[in-house]
Design a protein around this ligand. Structure first.
Ligand code: SF4
Ligand code: SF4
Length: 223
């Protein structure tokens, strides 16, 4: 899932100051699971904003969509959007941009910082796992991501800084490639560590689009 954190209150407050009617919009998917931007967080933020600005100065409305990264759900805002001067979005960066794209005349402000793609270790505890590099090598690395876990994002490792299982940047940071070695060894696949991965072309440097097989004609018709 995409993990995000709510921005500091003063930063959000500074963005909405000067508007008269603001709609705070949550997202019911990833940011709700990581307790950053679901319906509860929308109500909490609005309560803080109302308390801080006073009810008469700015009117705050609230709405949580199932997903802000899906036009089908953004359509739910069409009827009420005109009632507001500005939006505060509590979705991830993708959802915020899609919202801004649907309502280009409306100022849209982010209330969360999108942090990473990660997993839920426990309630309120998340860990980054993937940096969406576009060329997944997990099949060669025992299911451990060297792009995320290695400080140098090395596709072929370890580097000379590996030190008794730790990364050279910090003794508390495990060396990704030491972990990969251990995992492959335990699975009897150690010969794979000798396979050289070619340089990555870092397809994540420009926005990417994916069309699933079977949907090409439909996408073409949509232009
Ligand atoms: S190798 Fe790339 S796609 Fe695979 S988990 Fe790591 S960053 Fe994500
Ligand atoms: S010590 Fe290990 S984790 Fe750190 S940069 Fe080198 S290979 Fe990557």
């Amino acid at each position: 899932m995409i993990v995000a954190e709510r921005k500091p209150f003063d930063e959000i407050k500074g963005m909405v100051a000067g508007y008269k009617k603001v709609l705070t919009i949550g997202c019911g998917t990833c940011v709700a699971v990581c307790l950053a931007g679901g319906s509860k967080e929308v109500e909490t933020l609005n309560a803080e904003l109302k308390l801080n600005f006073g009810r008469d100065k700015i009117e705050f409305g609230s709405k949580t969509l199932e997903r802000q990264c899906d036009m089908e759900f953004l359509e739910e805002l069409d009827e009420i959007a005109g009632d507001y001067d500005a939006f505060v979005s509590m979705a991830c960066g993708a959802g915020i941009q899609f919202l801004a794209e649907r309502f280009p005349d409306k100022p849209v402000f982010p209330a969360v910082d999108t942090s990473f793609i990660g997993v839920n270790l426990d309630v309120g505890w998340y860990e980054e796992k993937c940096r969406a590099c576009g060329s997944c090598v997990l099949g060669l690395t025992g299911g451990i991501c060297p792009v995320t876990m290695c400080a140098k994002s090395l596709f072929n490792g370890p580097c000379g800084g590996t030190n008794n299982g730790s990364c050279e940047i910090n003794k508390d940071q495990p060396c990704a490639w030491f972990k990969i070695y251990e995992r492959l060894a335990a699975q009897g696949r150690l010969d794979q560590i000798k396979e050289i991965s070619p340089p990555n072309d870092w397809r994540n440097q420009i926005p990417r689009k994916i069309i699933q097989p079977g949907y090409e004609e439909r996408v073409k018709a949509l232009g």
